[in-house]
Design a protein around this ligand. Sequence first.
Ligand code: HEM
Length: 446
Amino acid sequence: MTASGPAIQRATSTPRLRPPVVRTPRIVQGVQFAIFRRRAMRKWIERHGRIFEINVPIFGRSVVVSDPALVKSVCTASTEQLINVQPNLNNLFGPGSVFGFDGPRHRDRRRLLAPAFHGHSLKNYEKIIEDETLRESANWPEDKEFRALEPMNRITLNVILRTIFGTAEPGRDNLEKLREIIPPFMKLAQRMAFVPAPPSWTRRYGPWRKLDEFRNAFDRIVSTLIDRADADPGLGERSDVLASLLRSECDGTGMPRRDLCDELLTLVCAGHETTASVLAWAFERLRRNPDVLAELVRELDEGGSDFRRATIFEVLRVRSVVDVIGRRARAPGFDLGEWRIPQDRTVFVRIADLHENPEVFPHPERFDPYRFCGTRPAAPAWLAFGGGARRCIGADFTIAEIDIVLRTVLHNFAIQTDGAADEKSHFRGVAHIPKLGGRIVVNRRR
Ligand code: HEM
């Protein structure tokens, strides 16, 4: 036992030791974790190695892991050992969101949601993605620098809305309203994502009031869309996600209706800004890497796609849009390698530090898609979408979406390259974006 409790201990009968503990005051660690995370993590890894304990507001004492073998144990742990981190994103999306479930309920919910974002369902969305990219890029200026992030955000928001709610009339005016209210919500929500909910009376003020107003507006619009889909005689033939969720409700395998709005909000929000951030990073990287860009264009003109896929995996590695995932240890604790993590302790896996590990990725700072040519990146070394039972539901969908957007842009535009300084990363609360928005200059090819 140490001054601050038994903490993490070796799971043997030998004297129980804790892994290194970061000793600065909790509030300082909190600021480092929230604002200067990358720099702080590097310093802590250098000093303590790839497992150590921090103590930060909201999450409390938390073990941070970036050793691939230990990360594998975290990803493959059962829900008797580890559950989702608290607080998590169901803070924003509501108690009926997949983020809030663990164990069998979580597994059942994923079984319901995941098929819409895998396999042959993806084919249905290809045309939507291409159409939205062409529509958004139709008026791009030539020879004039602009931020790629906002156009990418509009593309991915439109894509996810059409994928989830379909495009059939009537309902377009409702999608239009969603298009208006979601971006400001996302901006605020990311900042508030992990702030514990206050007592209900304080929700009448400030950001909580704004979040509640958004939620009421979202529920009103989405309830109308659900009612219309319910009454649609063509529901059986529709390929959108809402239709498939309503069909599963009819055959008795569906989710409770009260969870539907929470889950639709989850998919809309989780399913667009992250993808837009990766696309903005892709353009940021291509501007500064003429050889990679030339190879992409050559391959595209010859009808290939393998190098483009490798480039997407490399963007996801070299710029980790989601840099950390979290879990919480359950009773009686969790054995992680030689350490025992006590009950209720938070466990963070630092994706960015896995991706920047020079023993796994030589010269990790280099943007080098050839690392992934002829091979698929694999967990635990490459963990852009998390791992195990909670791995991102939208991973395949996202890769397909980024692929089609890049293909369409590179087919129609030449991106100018130069020696501009790398854009720094800016943390929005959930996703890391290029600080200047991924600025590019283009000319039409066709
Ligand atoms: C570049 C884009 C994306 C990135 C980097 C990303 C990353 C992640 C990560 C790291 C997790 C946590 C995994 C874990 O805890 O192990 C996650 C979970 C999740 N993502 Fe994504 N995601 C992306 C796009 C999407 C899209 C397009 C959708 C939906 C269409 C989506 C829906 C979800 C959902 C529902 C979860 C919760 C899974 C669960 O708790 O079981 N994501 N994502």
